[in-house]
Design a protein around this ligand. Structure first.
Ligand code: CU
Length: 142
């Protein structure tokens, strides 16, 4: 019980630091790119940089009319082997940035309609706090 109270106090203190109310996130997305799918495949990855001029937020999902489903994934090296797993969210720090990039977090796009290099695909990014943002992703090689 004592440990619980200390934890609760720490959470309250963390929530109150920085002047009481946390600032609204202010996220802009750049370098939005969908890797050209291999011939005959409809699964590929999406990358982007999310720059946040406001308070902390999280990317919690993505969707596109041109794709059946989009998941958030993370690559990591484990004992020399590149592994990929699904994650619930990507943290976007206050006043910082989060990258969806090769070898790190990325969008995993399933059932993408036929596209070729140079096409654009509208993808809606779903943030926990900020408004959803629809971004034009260019198809190409990272
Ligand atoms: Cu993936």
């Amino acid at each position: 019980m004592k440990y619980f109270l200390i934890t609760l106090l720490a959470v309250i203190l963390a929530a109150c630091s920085g002047g009481g109310e946390s600032a609204a996130p202010d996220i802009s997305v750049s370098d939005a790119l969908i890797r050209t799918p291999p011939q005959g495949r409809d699964i590929t990855a999406g990358y982007a940089t999310m720059t946040n001029a406001g308070g902390a937020d999280r990317l919690i999902g993505a969707s596109a009319e041109a794709a059946y489903r989009i998941e958030l994934h993370q690559n990591s090296m484990e004992e020399g082997v590149m592994r990929m797993r699904r994650v619930e969210a990507v943290e976007i720090p206050a006043g910082g940035e989060a990258r969806l990039e090769q070898g790190g977090y990325h969008l995993m796009i399933f059932g993408l309609e036929a596209v070729e290099a140079g096409d654009t695909v509208s993808v809606t990014l779903d943030f926990e706090t900020a408004e959803d943002e629809t971004v034009e992703f260019t198809v190409g090689q990272p």
